[in-house]
Design a protein around this ligand. Structure first.
Ligand SMILES: *[C@@H]1O[C@H](CO)[C@@H](O)[C@H](O)[C@H]1NC(C)=O
Ligand SMILES: *[C@@H]1O[C@H](CO)[C@@H](O)[C@H](O)[C@H]1NC(C)=O
Ligand SMILES: *[C@@H]1O[C@H](CO)[C@@H](O)[C@H](O)[C@H]1NC(C)=O
Length: 354
């Protein structure tokens, strides 16, 4: 049997940083797959951008999973940008996928966040796709082993976290499992952070219930284990991003491992994000560092958080401008059954960083 030539995983020789790095998140380029493209033949797998050979193989063996993985890639991009919209680093460089700028190509805190988010998202999306019946090889998750509390019974359709984690891990960890990738430290960092993302997903499995009984009296509840929404998991990971630990790659016992840099000797915790390289402050434009700077970014004059004008504009000051919003107003309900509204204009003051 002739082997079709596969795209060899391209490791980017980054002369700027004098060491070789291999990105494990090139698969996010799937987010650019045209919506019209249907992946129903094994040949289609080779046309997808950003996949390493092991991922192409997974695609061939799991064609029906691919639309879900493409959806996950879109979800990562959207969720990353939404979650970081109020920070100086706002995940805009994810747009350049599959070639990333140094903020995501190096072992930075930002890449730690994106790897964790990607790993959580792919498994979340697959688990949910099982539940909604989009996939043939999985369905609802198992009924919990415990006996439910009185007045509760198991029912509904649990999110299939097990299948989500199984397939999601295989796919998103594949680039880091390749023998070819050179930088051992980066590989360990990405694998660790991906696992932190998946742990955040496991922690997001919660009891969800629906009430039954005479006129919603809730005398009996049907319950299942469902996942929190991705945006909540992303917020959890954002907290972990803000408190991430800097690590170094050094011998511990018989092997080289990642260990916290400044703190007393202790192993890395399984719920903390880790990074190898410090990031710039993202105040100024510096493409060599993958920083777009915050000039022209909107800031919030009344906020005391990271989107406050002081922090966002790095003390450079800001310019006000007014924006006119057109909104529905004076809405009236007409019997039966429609609503009419007027359009009102409202001006608001906004601020952008100098
Ligand atoms: C694959 O999908 C395309 C577009 O939906 C369709 O035209 C084609 O017949 C399908 N091929 C197979 C083998 O199912
Ligand atoms: C992120 O910041 C960049 C540069 O500061 C800006 O051009 C871009 O519009 C922002 N993106 C989002 C999604 O807010
Ligand atoms: C600005 O921040 C305040 C306080 O956090 C918040 O209530 C308000 O909605 C924000 N305004 C905008 C335009 O985001």
């Amino acid at each position: 049997m002739s082997r079709p030539s596969q795209p060899t995983p391209l490791c980017l020789l980054s002369l700027l940083w004098m060491f070789q790095v291999c990105s494990g998140i090139k698969w996010l380029a799937l987010s650019q797959t045209p919506a019209s493209m249907s992946i129903n033949r094994t040949q289609h797998c080779k046309q997808l951008r950003g996949l390493v050979s092991a991922q192409v193989q997974l695609c061939r063996n799991n064609l029906e999973l691919m639309q879900t993985i493409i959806q996950a890639a879109r979800e990562v991009k959207k969720t990353c940008q939404k979650t970081s919209a109020d920070m100086r680093w706002n995940c805009s460089s994810i747009e350049t996928t599959p070639q990333y700028l140094p903020d995501l190509e190096r072992g930075t805190r930002e890449s730690a966040f994106v790897y964790a988010l990607s790993a959580a998202t792919i498994s979340h999306t697959i688990a949910r796709a099982c539940t909604s019946g989009d996939l043939r090889y999985c369905s609802c998750g198992p009924i919990p082993g415990e006996v439910p509390q009185p007045g509760y019974r198991w029912g509904g359709c649990a999110d299939n976290l097990h299948y989500g984690l199984l397939m999601g891990t295989k796919f998103s960890d594949a680039p880091m499992k390749m023998r070819k990738s050179r930088s051992q430290a980066n590989k360990l960092m990405h694998l660790h952070n991906s696992e932190v993302g998946r742990q955040a997903l496991r922690d997001a499995l919660e009891l969800k219930c629906k009430c039954h009984g005479v006129s919603g009296s809730c005398s009996i509840r049907t319950c299942w284990k469902g996942l929190q929404d991705l945006k909540d998991i992303a917020m959890d990971l954002k907290t972990k991003y803000l408190s991430a630990t800097k690590v170094v790659h050094r011998p511990m016992g018989t092997r080289k491992q990642l260990v916290p840099k400044d703190i007393d000797i202790r192993p890395v915790r399984e719920n903390e994000l880790v990074y190898l390289q410090s990031s710039p402050d993202f105040c100024h434009r510096n493409e060599k560092q993958g920083s777009f700077g915050t000039q022209g970014r909107q800031c919030n004059k009344t906020s005391i958080g990271s989107d406050s004008c002081d922090l966002m504009c790095c003390g450079r000051g800001y310019n006000p401008y007014t924006e006119t919003l057109v909104e529905k107003c004076h809405c009236k309900y007409h019997w039966c059954c429609y609503v009419t509204c007027k359009r009102c204009e409202r001006t608001v003051e906004r601020y952008i960083c100098k």
